[in-house]
Design a protein around this ligand. Structure first.
Ligand code: GLU
Length: 312
């Protein structure tokens, strides 16, 4: 049964209730402050959106306000690389949960420069390397891809965030140089990092994000355009890695309590794929110690629980 499509009015009410409750709950967590441009973001923003395969988007709160998607961009980068590189990608990056913080360096050294999965920073930098190597302008290709998927020409990078990412990117540079030293990076480190920082600095709203990822809920076909964005097999693969590794080192707990493929970013966004039905996006900047939005987690957990959306 398609729970989301068949109960439109009840679901719109549930979204409003859940958002109302979450946005008034006492704030816990801390807004990301590793760069000044994120530390300035207002902690009280709170948005929730749900896109269904018929193209409808239901939204509550700040769902139309663009925010820094940060690590959620790793999903777009991975899909674009899978389109372009095919199965060879999996010779250079793994598909296992890391059990380590997203920007850890030690595991990469032990494992000879092969990142555990594409959703930790090392993995996304490796994916960025394949994009830089396969497109004459990887940043333009990335932006066009996201704009096409979201059906929004407005999606763009925030220049202040981009400048901050580059200025405070020593740890990501260390990961890139380590992979280069193991021969697992083809392009120049500077070019790869420029692409990686660019995609992290993209801003999108909850509604745009939910719409743009609908193809992952629809076996690779974007329901709005009819475009086959990935094969059904690759959509399955992306969802599988999202399920095991998309929520930093809280992915196991998220699978346990929610049961949906999902990705979060330190800008406070979380996207959750409901296979065969739609995509949920939540945004609220304060993060827990794992880097996941506290209110975002609360809203998605409540919505998935109420509607019985777990895939397990
Ligand atoms: N720009 C951040 C970094 O590379 C992304 C972190 C995230 O959202 O997980 O450190």
């Amino acid at each position: 049964m398609n729970i989301l499509a068949d109960n439109g009015a009840a679901i719109a009410q549930a979204l409003r209730d859940i958002h109302h409750h979450a946005s008034r709950a006492p704030s816990t967590g801390k807004v990301a402050d590793y760069i000044p441009a994120l530390a300035r973001v207002e902690a009280s923003h709170c948005g929730l959106a749900l896109a269904t395969l018929d193209g409808e988007v239901q939204a509550a709160g700040d769902a139309e306000r663009p925010f820094s998607i940060q690590s959620i961009s790793k999903v777009f980068g991975l899909v674009l690389a899978m389109q372009r590189v095919g199965d060879d990608l999996w010779q250079r990056v793994g598909m296992e949960p890391s059990g380590q913080p997203f920007n850890s360096i030690v595991q990469l050294e032990w494992e000879h420069g092969i990142p555990r999965n594409p959703f930790i920073n090392a993995g996304a930098i490796l994916v960025s390397d394949t994009l830089v190597s396969h497109f004459s302008s990887s940043r333009q290709a990335f932006l066009s891809f996201v704009r096409r998927l979201s059906a929004s020409e407005c999606c763009d990078v925030n220049e202040a965030v981009l400048a901050s990412e580059a200025r405070h990117g020593s740890r990501n540079a260390a990961l890139a140089h380590l992979m280069k030293s193991f021969g697992n990076l083809e392009a120049e480190v500077e070019d790869v990092l420029a692409h990686y920082f660019f995609q992290c600095s993209l801003e999108m709203s909850c509604s745009e994000l939910a719409r743009s990822l609908l193809f992952l809920a629809n076996r690779g076909v974007h329901p709005l355009s009819g475009e086959q964005v990935t094969t059904a097999r690759d959509a399955h693969r992306v969802n599988a890695i999202l399920s095991t590794s998309g929520m930093y080192d809280q992915s196991g707990q998220f699978a346990f309590s929610v049961g949906l493929p999902a990705k979060s970013g330190v800008g406070g966004g979380i996207v959750a794929i409901v296979p065969g039905q739609g995509v949920i996006t939540a945004w609220s900047p304060p993060l827990n110690r794992h880097g996941n939005s506290t209110r975002g987690l609360a809203m998605i957990t409540e919505l998935a629980g109420r509607l019985g959306l777990s895939i397990y």
